[in-house]
Ligand binder design. Sequence first.
Ligand code: PEP
Ligand code: CO
Length: 450
Amino acid sequence: MAVTPATWTPSSWREHPARHQPAWPDAAAAEQSVEQLKALPPLVFAGEARDLRAALADVAAGRAFLLQAGDCAESFRDFSAVSIREKLKILLQMSIVLIYGSTLPLVKVGRIAGQFAKPRSEPTEVVDGVELPSFFGHMVNDDLPDAAARIPDPERMLRAYHQSAATLNLLRAFTKGGFADLTQVHMWNQEFAASAPEGQRYEAVAAEIERALGFMRACGIDLVDAPQLHQVDVWTSHEGLVLDYEEGLTRRDSLTGDFYDCSAHMLWIGDRTRDPEGAHVRFFAGVHNPLGVKLGPSATPEDVVALCERLNPLRLPGRLTFVVRMGADRVVEALPPLLRAVRELGQPVVWACDPMHANVFRTAGGIKTRSFDAIMREIEAFFATCRAEGAWPGGVHLEFTGEDVTECLGGSAAVLEEQLTTRYESLCDPRLNARQSLDLAFRVAELMRS
Ligand code: PEP
Ligand code: CO
């Protein structure tokens, strides 16, 4: 079923106001980079995007849960097999905890293999007392504190493409080639987490899973031939912010004739670019991928209705995911009118909670952070509000890393304010570390069961 509006083309977004686009200094060079992207192979196949949409349709129907997580901003510098593997490990561990705890299928989506562009509230920022053009993500400019490094360079879109291709290649190898095999469940626990309380709790779950597998084997069930035990689907996603890049990777599917943005399986529209009349919504209305839209505290029922009409006029289940990021103290009032507006429309959307982006604050020392408590409070309020309104709390959207960083405060590991500078490596927003992520997964699994 085609969703593309009649006059839509991959470049028709250019006729609409596009916010947060890079100010490329040389328009001809930017155009050349887009032309080069158009000639490159797609990163994902349209059929995969359709499979993800079908999986998300189960979430919309209340039969599955969504875990979408990864870096705030991927980095050209921190790019290695180890960093990809560590992120995958924590994603797999959280998946085990959530599936075991809830006994529901889990749709696993990474903020990975393309999450290179950042919307920024201000065009400039002060670094060590010097005012510089803001850092807009490695797809656009460099984060180094140097005016020349901050000049947008469209060649970076090509580098983002190649890094995404290599990242996706390794993800596919790990998830289909044995690393994600359920018999490896102990191996995903990291050394620094294994001795901690949440690591031990994970070990206990892993041991139970081994027992269950042993039980099935003893009953004569053939586990060798069950692909579900040996492979997982980890889908890719990023914010579809830089429309030059997204246009450059849009292809017509040879099987259906429909357009897909082949830069990722799922794309989301940020809270700052979700204007129903704006270029981002116009662009994504025409591609058939599953889409997310972030909804911050300023979102109105009218906005949500307009987004549903533009992005999912055919009401396809799984096409649209609303990622709510209201802040721990605002969900309870802000969410019900949106849930009701969507229910009245009869739209089969997924509701997910991003407990990260409205809970950022600066410490007295000026460090951008989030507290584990506020993150959990927002998730709890989201679950309670959805349940009170008869909606399915379908998922969580998180910023995490597999490393032992100190960027968010609290958790059972209790990162303290004075420890934030010990290992603060995020290019943009503070991320949950591996122990905090695992701790959070156990708490979300409990919420799902309650
Ligand atoms: C993000 O997800 O990193 C982000 C910028 O989110 P939002 O659009 O919700 O502010
Ligand atoms: Co972020």
